[in-house]
Write a protein that binds this ligand. Structure first.
Ligand SMILES: Cc1cc2nc3c(=O)[nH]c(=O)nc-3n(C[C@H](O)[C@H](O)[C@H](O)COP(=O)(O)O)c2cc1C
Length: 142
């Protein structure tokens, strides 16, 4: 059975909204879903995950969040090799420039990127939520 972890960090709830939509769609696709903030990563589950959706908003100067997200990501990365990975996150003013280095980092771990990282501005509009759900469908189809 497919088992999808949707792990995210979200300071004002924007990326969290998308995480919830992706998780809901992944369940509709028949996957078991583990939805968790980076601060509550269930480490025992990591070896059992077949599909990954990782969400982080733009922090610092076009960076990932170093407080909670990066420590969690470092624990996850050994399990990404050969697995489909969807990256997503909200940005404020940078048009999502932080996503490119994250995509490259994911490739280097051996994760199979599910398209380009999915970025959206601020709180996700309905169209963004729909795109997130489409991305989740594509992720779980792999
Ligand atoms: C400390 C801090 C740093 C930020 N750095 C960036 C940035 O480099 N580029 C950008 O586009 N937005 C930046 N933002 C804006 C957030 O990414 C944006 O508000 C986003 O919608 C927050 O999503 P979240 O609620 O999921 O964390 C920053 C916000 C904060 C508070």
């Amino acid at each position: 059975m497919k088992k999808c972890m949707v792990m995210y960090v979200s300071s004002t709830g924007n990326t969290e909204q998308m995480a919830a939509a992706i998780a809901e769609q992944a369940r509709k696709e028949g996957a078991e879903v583990v939805l968790c903030p980076a601060s509550a990563l269930p480490k025992a589950e990591l070896p059992t995950i077949t599909h990954w959706a990782l969400g982080c908003s733009a922090h610092g100067v076009e960076e990932l969040d170093g407080g909670e997200f990066l420590p969690a990501l470092e624990q996850i990365e050994p399990y990404l090799r050969g697995k489909p990975v969807l990256l997503f996150g909200s940005y404020g003013w940078g048009a999502g420039a932080y996503m490119k280095p994250w995509e490259e980092r994911t490739r280097l771990t051996g994760g199979l990127l599910c398209g380009e990282g999915f970025v959206f501005e601020g709180a996700p509009a309905e169209a963004a939520i729909e795109e997130g759900k489409q991305r989740a469908k594509i992720l779980l189809a792999q």
